[in-house]
Design a protein around this ligand. Sequence first.
Ligand SMILES: [Zn+2]
Length: 572
Amino acid sequence: MLSALAQYFSRREVELLIEELSSYHRIQGSPHLEEAGRYIRDRLSEWGIEVEVYDLPYSSEAPPTSPPIVGWFVEDGYAEIVKPKRRTVSSLREAWTAVVAHSPPGEFEGRVCYAPTYNHVQSCADSVVLTPDWGLGTYLRAVESGARAVLVFRRNAPVGAYPYFGLFPLIPELKYMRVPALTVPRDVAEEIVGYLEKGEEVVAKGFVRSGYRDTAYARVVEARFGGGDGEFHLVAHYCHPGATVNDNVSGSVALLVAAKALNVAIRDGKLKVDVPLRFVWVPEHHGTARYLRKVLEEGRSIRGAINLDMVGEKQCKTGSTLNLVRPPIVLLSRLEASLYAKTLEALPKAGTFSSPVEVPLVRFNVINYESGSDHDVYVAMGIPAVTLNQWPDKYYHTSADTIDKVSLRMVYSLGVAAVASVLELESARLEPYLHLVYGIDTLRASGEPLNARYYLYGKVSKLLGVELSVPRVEPPEGGEMVRLSAKGYLTSLYIRYRAGLEVLERLRRVQDKFRYFSTVLTLVGTHLLEGPKSSERLRFEVSGELGYEVPRDIFSEILDLAEVANYVSRWA
Ligand SMILES: [Zn+2]
């Protein structure tokens, strides 16, 4: 099947779609996002594919993932220093990411004050803050301290690249959006810091022309093949700044060309689709959550999802590895096994020195569940969702994430591999795959997390009806009981919505102390789908998923935050 689909590859077509789709500045809540959604819809209809568009208002709420979000547009933005030497430091004409997404409009002029961290911002009254320590908290503190504007850079960004940052204000927070925010390339920021260190006065001036929109839509585009119950979704988020490509025009175009190839193959009589297969283009998390709610309310059921996010990389340039990000162990399914096999099959390969073995010519790895893309929304609803993602990427979230870092062939191959893994699901070899990941997972863990993995694999193998000889482990009990109050993927944004801005400091502290915070939150939600559990048992299961023991005090802090957002409730 893969070879049937592979023959429709057209380098020119992949390139054209990437160029056109990436020309829209697709920030969530912006008019360009809606236009990009229409662009996707138009291509699909033009190719004769059945397509449905969902316009889901950002002003609505999709608990526990997405609060009401403001709409925004940007027209122009510019900053220069006029002292000690005149030079441009930021311009929307150079990169869409030059203006921080959701920045309010305004003009400014003032002395530049360097704030290496969030804690230094309050000494920057009446000036233009230059900082590498970005966050909504930093911005709010700058406004509170009477700053005139914020210029932000990223220390590890490539030279000359404008980093992508956003504010994502909630509707009630709009009153704090008072000074413009722009980004500057790291090397330009270093030059300014250099002047300041020599004791020179630096004066900056500039403007942002932008505004907020009352009505904005998370436009979700769905292409349909096959009918019946128990859908499979192929998902890609198409939001993010204009002219950036790997994240995630690559996944969006992978789905577009795969849908087109499938449609042509059906027309040519080479393929038949007898499962309900849906291609879904979403604004990340916020569109996905609103869409899934709607789909499930309509009574449709979903058996599994494959999410493509950053799939087109030239690894030699970006430094990345292709990762198959698994759902949590308890959601192990045949889909995962199938995607693993099809991905391996789709990758370019070469023979070894003197044996019939072939090896992939790109780095490919299987990793345990971690949060960070649209699979989260599915997983937290108990739907097995697998992600293909290339990581790390030197150019990630900067204006240097451009088409020259994209392998057009990789985009296409991974798109059709995703299709083939659904269409040939029944022939996927679940049993050897289960043994493979069981082996990897138990080799990579020790102590309590290893015991927990024995427990989780014992459970899931029984569920799947696969023979697996696993040491018998009983989960510990103890601590208070925890119950899930709201099913779904809990985001920091939603916690802020429920708990108010005061929670920002707490969120920051937990995230600084424990990097796996958001992954743990999703795992908590997934593991509570079965019903209430003692916190010790829950911590054991989550540690097994993570392969790392979550410290008791951190776990309890995470549960506190989840409770503040009405996500879980606890009792003694
Ligand atoms: Zn992404």
